[in-house]
Design a protein around this ligand. Structure first.
Ligand code: HEC
Ligand code: HEC
Ligand code: HEC
Ligand code: HEC
Ligand code: HEC
Ligand code: HEC
Ligand code: HEC
Length: 696
């Protein structure tokens, strides 16, 4: 079994680079324990009390929630929760046989473990429910690992999530590897009141939860104050804002409600443990932008991105539609079946008609999918091999964009007529709906992804246009930052003072200036930003600005915000990227010893991550430890022949070590791979000149 390391890296990249660009700190503890207007007698922060405390007084929401997907999100592996066949069932995939059986009342699995040797493991927990269920195995260090063998509830059979892309033991994504570790990769979204508690000293976890599944307080926040208050006789109750509850669901705006679901229903980087205090989706977490690999250029779903990034693109979100308009908040089911869900707001005589969708109501005796609103407006895509998820951007199908950009459309590739050529679809569309003249931001984002120079003014306009969704504007800004021009700098400067935190954050990550005074003047106001994520990012960018350049109050703010950044990274020290980021930070802060420590930890966690290796090599070179530096860089170029930065660093290093022929080889690789890199070209011609002179 062989794996292509580059491919593997790309996969990590999808998960980890998102975190690198955007990973941000813990939501400050002081806010975590600050529900609005508590009475003085109850100065203690509220704690989690569990659903059983709510049941006596809120029977109805309790009954609805019971048995919902939230209730089933994780459970002990017992009779009541295990769906899979454990009566000596077997699964054969990629030459491996896995058996599932019972032993002394426990659920067991026999499959190759960490070393590739077949072992027997007891199942500790279930994860998920429908349409598939996964299983967790406890291993040393407080770790729970996710088996790739899942139970398909509809078909009643076992299947291998990694069948098409098998992972050998030792691989990051093998079930025993860090990529399939529940503590870091899954836990926060599948349980309530989760504390990850990773200890880098012992490389172990003491992860805890208040409740194993997504329970009442996952949305309503820790409710001890409310329960204490409610148990008092009605006359004796003090006046408490929102009855002591952290989240005010009674007066929740549509945006706040969507933000309440966002921590778990978005692709995002973790900002520390969830604290349930806020209703601003950017302060508590950093959602992913509409990035390549995650979304199609026009913002349709591609990878597993959950719902937030899609729904916030929709016109319905812009017009204050919320999750609970369609889903029951407790049972989670749709408020009405079929088209009647949509017809609660949209006119049946306009849209539920053949004049609108041009399809028969029935096809071969059955209701036709062509007359169902969501077939066209929420096309589905499969994840985890069998799980259909609906695109919540609720858009108008655009086969014309398929022709122009190659993005899927609900009529064809993403929907019903996958067997038909595109012409057939565009012809029918033209006949029914006429020529589409409305421009779509997808065209601009696609041009930006391709770094076309004509796209620059359009990206700049899109980034600044408040009529477009924030996630689209932030994506445009991120794409703009790849151009270096006065126009992109101008757009980033405007982004720094935008009203939306997602846009300020994107600008803070990318803003550059040749003029230090300008750089400092533009970024220092963000040290006081209401969003922790933005403050931390500003502090990171300003970390090595000389003290003399900052006013005393700015220095204090920088220290505090940098502390928040370090705390956020510390939360994720079980990932290579966080160690790498701290390595870079401490190098900039002129603390090479600490930097070296973090780089080495990053390499220990993920031996295939090349960035800490390159940075550590450069650091070692500064203290004349060239032999080890050479070894690191050689490892990188052997594994990633197209890592031209590493070729460049290695070329310079070998030149310094007077091994000119080898130096020339790597510099020429670097110059060929990075034609616009002035340093590579200059050093290559210098070394060639030198070699020629030596020959003469
Ligand atoms: C002893 C009875 C009691 C218990 C136990 C209790 N509540 Fe309440 N709850 C109340 C009362 C009474 C109100 C009405 C407060 C008001 O509006 O003045 C309320 C209001 C609420 C509301 C706001 C409802 C609205 O109007 O929007 C929520 C949400 C809520 N409770 C959640 C919970 C949760 C979650 C728990 C368990 C952790 C819980 N409650 C436990 C009595 C109780
Ligand atoms: C603490 C994390 C968390 C929060 C907060 C959360 N969810 Fe979920 N939600 C999950 C998980 C995990 C699942 C999948 C559970 C499973 O299938 O096992 C899920 C599943 C769902 C489903 C799918 C049900 C189905 O039939 O497939 C809906 C709908 C849903 N959530 C809506 C919401 C809404 C609306 C909110 C906000 C009001 C919300 N969730 C808040 C974690 C969360
Ligand atoms: C960002 C939050 C988040 C993380 C992290 C997360 N999940 Fe989920 N998971 C969800 C949500 C939300 C759903 C429901 C999705 C849906 O139906 O759209 C879900 C559903 C599932 C399901 C049930 C299938 C289904 O659709 O109901 C399984 C199994 C599952 N997740 C396993 C995992 C595993 C294993 C990990 C870690 C490797 C993980 N999840 C990490 C949020 C998360
Ligand atoms: C996925 C998030 C979520 C979970 C989990 C959740 N709620 Fe709610 N709850 C909401 C939202 C949002 C509202 C307000 C809007 C609505 O009713 O849809 C609400 C409203 C309420 C209300 C006031 C309205 C009513 O229905 O009486 C009570 C009481 C309540 N929830 C109690 C509970 C209890 C008890 C649990 C656990 C058994 C629970 N909630 C679990 C999100 C949640
Ligand atoms: C709670 C009310 C509500 C419900 C329920 C609802 N919509 Fe909407 N929908 C709206 C509003 C408001 C708009 C924005 C109208 C506008 O901007 O003029 C909208 C806009 C749309 C648009 C236009 C999108 C665009 O980009 O131009 C489509 C398509 C749509 N809805 C489809 C649906 C479908 C399909 C359903 C059912 C799954 C649904 N709607 C359910 C309120 C609703
Ligand atoms: C066969 C595919 C198809 C079906 C089924 C369908 N639509 Fe549409 N819908 C479209 C197309 C294409 C457009 C854009 C052209 C247009 O505006 O007529 C559109 C546009 C819309 C718009 C935006 C209109 C505007 O003026 O911006 C709404 C709202 C909408 N549909 C709602 C619905 C609802 C509700 C249903 C179900 C009752 C539904 N659609 C069923 C294809 C469909
Ligand atoms: C306009 C109605 C509408 C709104 C608003 C809406 N949903 Fe959905 N949701 C649906 C429909 C329809 C489905 C698909 C159900 C099906 O395929 O049978 C769905 C499915 C889901 C699922 C199951 C997996 C999937 O992706 O298909 C999750 C999870 C979910 N919604 C979460 C949310 C969250 C969270 C919000 C708010 C941020 C939200 N939804 C807002 C209509 C809506």
């Amino acid at each position: 079994m062989s794996v292509d390391p580059l491919r593997r890296y790309r996969l990590i990249g999808v998960i980890a680079t998102g975190l690198i660009a955007t990973a941000v700190p813990l939501w400050l503890a002081r806010r975590a324990v600050d529900p609005p207007a508590r009475s003085p007698s109850s100065a203690k922060p509220p704690t989690f009390v569990g659903r059983h405390a709510c049941r006596p007084c809120h029977q109805q929401p309790y009954e609805k929630w019971l048995g919902s997907d939230h209730d089933m999100s994780m459970a002990l592996a017992d009779e009541a929760h295990v769906l899979g066949d454990f009566e000596n069932a077997a699964l054969h995939t990629n030459g491996i046989t896995t058996t599932f059986f019972r032993q002394g009342g426990r659920y067991m699995v026999r499959t190759p473990g960490k070393t590739g040797v077949v072992e027997t493991f007891p199942i500790a927990y279930t994860l998920g429910f429908e349409p598939l269920q996964q299983y967790l195995v406890a291993v040393p260090g407080g770790r729970l690992q996710c088996l790739p063998f899942a139970w398909d509830e509809q078909r009643g059979q076992w299947f291998d999530l990694h069948e098409a892309d098998p992972r050998p033991p030792g691989d990051w994504l093998h079930w025993t590897g860090a990529g399939q570790n529940w503590n870091s990769m899954c836990a926060q979204c599948h349980s309530t009141g989760l504390r990850k508690n990773f200890d880098p000293e012992t490389n172990s976890y003491q992860t805890s939860w208040s409740e194993i599944d997504v329970s009442c307080e996952a949305c309503h926040g820790p409710a001890s104050l409310h329960v204490t208050w409610a148990k008092m006789p009605a006359m004796a109750r003090p006046r408490l804002d929102n009855a002591g509850l952290v989240v005010n669901t009674k007066e929740l705006t549509a945006r706040q409600e969507v933000a309440l679901c966002a921590p778990c229903h978005s692709r995002r980087s973790e900002l520390g443990d969830l604290d349930h205090s806020g209703t601003d989706s950017v302060d508590r977490q950093m959602p992913s932008l509409l990035s390549e690999g995650l979304y199609h250029a026009d913002g349709q779903i591609l990878d597993e991105v959950y719902v937030w990034g899609s729904f916030t693109q929709s016109r319905m979100y812009a017009r204050e539609v919320r999750c609970s308009d369609c889903h029951d908040s407790h049972r989670l089911t749709l408020r009405q079946p079929g088209n009647s869900l949509c017809l609660r707001c949209h006119r049946a005589d306009t849209y539920d008609t053949k004049e609108h969708h041009f399809h028969q109501q029935t096809y071969r005796g059955a209701p036709s999918a062509g007359a169902v609103c969501i077939s066209c407006h929420m096309p589905q895509q499969k994840y985890m091999r069998i799980d259909e998820r609906a695109d919540h951007s609720i858009r108008i199908p655009r086969p014309d964009l398929t022709a122009q950009l190659g993005t899927p459309n609900a009529c064809g590739q993403a929907g019903c007529h996958q067997d038909k050529p595109l012409d057939w679809i565009t012809d029918a569309y033209l006949k029914w709906y006429g020529q589409v003249t409305k421009p779509h931001y997808g065209a601009i984002l696609a041009a930006g992804r391709a770094e076309q120079s004509e796209a620059l003014p359009q990206l700049s306009r899109l980034a600044g246009d408040v009529l477009y969704p924030a996630v689209v504007r932030a994506t445009a800004l991120e794409l703009l930052s790849r151009y270096s021009s006065a126009e992109s700098v101008g757009a980033l400067e405007r982004g720094l003072v935008d009203a939306n935190p997602l846009i300020r954050h994107t600008a803070a990550v990318a803003f550059t200036s040749d003029d230090l005074t300008n750089f400092v003047e533009r970024l220092t106001p963000l040290l006081h930003d209401p969003s922790t994520a933005v403050r931390a990012q500003a502090a990171l960018r300003l970390a090595d600005v000389p003290v003399s350049r900052l006013k005393p109050y700015q220095l204090t703010a920088r220290t505090e915000a940098l502390d928040a950044y370090v705390k956020g990274m510390t939360h994720s020290l079980d990932f290579a990227f966080a160690n790498h980021n701290l390595g870079q930070l401490f190098e900039r802060l002129d603390r090479p010893k600490r930097a070296e420590q973090f780089y080495r930890q990053a390499i220990a966690i993920d031996d295939l991550d090349f960035r800490p290796k390159i940075n550590l090599a450069i650091l070692l070179n500064r203290t004349a430890r060239n032999a080890e530096a050479e070894k690191l860089l050689k490892a990188v170029v052997n594994h990633y022949p197209e890592q031209y930065d590493a070729h460049y660093a290695l070329g310079l290093l070998l030149g310094e070590m007077r091994r000119y022929r080898e130096a020339e080889h790597h510099l020429s690789r670097a110059a060929a791979g990075m034609p616009n890199h002035a340093g590579a070209a200059r050093n290559l011609s210098a070394i060639r000149r030198f070699l020629r002179q030596r020959q003469q």
